[in-house]
Design a binder for this molecule. Sequence first.
Ligand SMILES: [Zn+2]
Length: 480
Amino acid sequence: MSDLVTLGQRIRHYRTAAGLTLDQLGDRVGVAGSQLSLMENGRREPRVTLLTSIATELGATLGDLLDTTPPTPRAALEIELERAQRSPHYAGLGLPVVRAGRSMPDDVLESIVGLHRALVERERQAIATPEEARRANTAQRLHMRTVDNYLPEIEELAQQVVAESGHVSGALTHREVGLMAQKLGFELVYVGDLPHSARSVTDLDNGRIYLPPASIPGGHGLRSMALQAIAHRLLGHEVPTSYAEFLRQRLEINYFAAACLMPRDQSVAFLTQAKSDRNIAVEDFRDAFGVTHEAAALRFTNLATSHLDLTVHFMRVGGDGAVYKAYENDGLRLPVDVTGSTEGQLVCRKWSARAAFVRTNRTTEYYQYTDTPEGTFWESTQIGTSAADEFSITVGVPFADSKWFRGRDTVNRHRSTCPDPACCKRPDGDLATRWKGKVWTSAKLHAHILSPLPSGTFPGVDDQELYRFLETHAADAAVD
Ligand SMILES: [Zn+2]
């Protein structure tokens, strides 16, 4: 019996309704009134035999007393106050515990409970600092590495839900996603006035999931967002109490949506065939299931180790060379800061993720072999452009496994010695001598909130890039 406070409130409710004092009820069930008082205040747990006698005396059933809902709105507030004051958080404040006795007016009780709620909310916001966020993000990435980026329960759930929608193979249609929602008792409603910080809003009372309007008709983003909203319900998510929990939920809904759009059985069949043809290509996987390159590449990392016996790395890197998202279980050494976080760190210029930006033909994937101190990797990169920036999506494997992939015959090969600063971080000697101290620049605020500023003379600006830029344009200045 975990909730003694609610139980106590319910006993009190039925006792006062029966018009009995503590002593009168105590006499009838054979315990002192003071003992009953302790039970009503949630400080003592009554035996079931006593509880049965109390129920009988009060003309109620045992079920009535054990019901977990507060008997009245006032009782709900009293229970909330009791719980708030019992929290370690409140105890740490060194303030007295007040009793919400009958003499406490409703508005005073409401005010105190309201202050407790506000206090908890502020504490929650204070915890979600970028520092906390980065640590939680790193912990999650390292955890996913230990399970090879594979969540079997969510795979199974998605497989079932997709099968029940009648979907067989190929791209999951918008209509099938709507049917899935319907089976769960939800209607998908597209509106233009969602709160700015919400990706979706679910009206539990009326069974409606509100989503933003389709910006690109037929775009995969909309199906994905609807599936994510459905996932919150299917996975029984509660309001997150920590940043780590928030991140875990976000990972789970993204995973579920991806596992619906690219169901395990169909995806593994497709990729296994590609492997036996020695023709694995993320772009084919993407096109077969009608998803974005990033979604296909990430999904590939879920299935590669668990079903194809391949270790892999994945990264999304911005045009500035900073990691937006990365995963590896193949030994590639991702750049990390002192906390172990990789988001916002610059990857080596020699890696495929950055070398691909230089290429002018961007219609197909770019392939290269990268020699690193940790060994040689084969990598495949697709460049894309978002509203804010250009980015690259890379999937790579150790050299020995390149034989399963299209593009293994590439002649592109780069040697990286990062994190050795001489590899690509240190500005060219002549340029540094020429330009050091003769430039002033203003750094952009980094778009990615989790990113720390990369180091340089000007925080956020890469010295090597800056000096090269100056050198290129100095020639123009001379002509003017
Ligand atoms: Zn480098």
